[in-house]
Design a protein around this ligand. Sequence first.
Ligand code: PNS
Length: 158
Amino acid sequence: MTRALIPGSFDPVTFGHLDVIERTARLFDEVLVAVVENPHKSTVFTVVERTEMLAEVTAHLPNLKVDEFDGLLVDYALDRGVTAIVKGLRAVSDFEYELQMAQLNYRLSGIETLFMPTTPEYSFLSSSLVREVARFGGDVSSMVPTPVAARLQARFGR
Ligand code: PNS
C-alpha cells in the first residue's frame, strides 16, 4: 500500500493545490493532505477552517484524507508510514526552497520527496495572491473552488 503526504498551509486551498492533489490521488493508493498549524505564522483562516475547506473540495476523492499537524513534518510522516511527501512546483523559483526542504526532510527521516509540476494554467496561482485579490474585492472564482470563494467573500465582507 502506497501513501502520499501532501503538506501545506492551504490558506486557502486553490485550484493549483487541487490539481496537484487530484493527480497525486491517481498515482498512490492513499493520499493524506496535512494542514500545518504554525503558531508563528498568522493566517487568514484557522487550521480548522483550512481543513474544512480542503475536506469539502476533495470530497469526490475516495482515497484521500485531510488532517492537521503541528511540529516537524517528518515526525508526522514517520508516524503515519508515508511512502513519499509530494510537493507541487509552479516555477523554477519554487525549486530552490523546495529542494532544501526535501534534502533536509530526507536527512532527518529517509523519506523521499517527489515533485509534481503544476499544470501550466495554474502556475501563476498562489494562496497569497488569492488573499490579496479577495481582500480588495476582486473576483477569485477562476482561482479557487466555489465554497472557498464564498468563505473569502464572507471573511473580507465584499
Ligand atoms: O504551503 P506551505 O506554506 O509552502 O507549506 C510549508 C510546509 C507546511 C510544508 C512547511 O512549512 C513544513 O513542513 N512545516 C512543518 C515544520 C517542519 O517540518 N519544518 C522543517 C522542514 S522545512
